[in-house]
Design a protein around this ligand. Sequence first.
Ligand code: CAA
Length: 257
Amino acid sequence: MTYETLLVEVRGRVAIVTLNRPQALNALNSTVMEELREALAGFQKNSDVGAVVLTGSEKAFAAGADIKEMQSLDFVDAYLGDFISGWEDVAGFRKPMIAAVSGFALGGGCELAMMCDFIIASSTAKFGQPEITLGVIPGMGGSQRLTRAVGKAKAMDLCLSGRMMDAAEAERSGLVARVVEPERLLEEAIAAAVKIAAFSAPAVLMAKESVNRAFELTLAEGLRFERRLFHSLFATEDQKEGMAAFTEKRKAAFRNR
Ligand code: CAA
C-alpha cells in the first residue's frame, strides 16, 4: 500500500509509520488524517502487526494541523463537518502505538503524539500548543490530554503562552517516557515496539485499555474494571504459557491467542 503523505514499513511484528510532508514540516492536513486512519485500520485487522511506531522527520514530528488548509474555514463548515474529529480514530487504535518524536511536535503534532500510548523523544524534540498565537485553541485534545499528562500548571503555561518546552522539560513533566540521543531515536522506539509485540496480544491490549480507563473512571470503578480484565486473562493460552515458562525457567513463547 502506498500513500501520498506517509511511508509505511513492516519489520517483523512492528509497523513503522513515518509522516512524510517535509515541505510543510509534516503539517497534518486532511490527507494525512485519512491516510493514517486507513493505515491503522489495516494494522488493526492484521494479526501479524503487534505494535506501531509513529514518527516524523529529524526536524519535525509534525508542526501542527495544516494552517493553510484551515485558514479559510468558517464556523458553520467546521461545526457541520465536525472538523478534525476523524483524529479520534487514531486515538481509538487498539494496538500499542509509540510516538518517536524528533524536532517540532506542535499543536496537532503534540496532540497526535499524545494520542499514542507513550512518547520516546529525541533530545532535540520541542513540544508546544501554539494555537493561541493563531487566535484559536487546541482542537485535537491538547487542552485535555496535555493537562492529564503534565498537570494544570504546565498545561496552562503551554496553552496560554504558546511557548515550547524542550525534551528535558517534557520528560520532567511526565509528557515523555524516555529521552534519547537523536541517532538512537528510531532504534529505541522500534526495540520497545518489538518487545511489546512479542508479549501476549490480549494482555497487551487489555493493559492499554486499562491504563486509558484511568483517565475516565473513578478509582473504585477503575480498580473493578482492571480486576475483571485481569480475571479474563486466565482464560488465555498465553497466561498458561507465561506462567509455565516462569516456573520452568525458560522464555515464554506466546501464541497471541
Ligand atoms: N501548517 C501549514 N504549514 C506549515 C505549518 C503548519 N502547521 N508549520 C510549518 N509549515 C510550513 C511553513 O509554512 C513553511 O512552508 P513554506 O516554505 O511554503 O513557507 C514550511 O512549513 C517550513 O516552515 P518554516 O519556514 O516556518 O520553518 P521554521 O524552521 O522557520 O519554523 C516552526 C518552524 C517554528 C515550527 C514554524 O513553522 C511554525 O511556527 N509553524 C506553525 C506551528 C503552529 O502554529 N502549529 C499549530 C497549528 S494549529 C493546530 O495544530 C490546531 C489544532 O490543535 C488541531
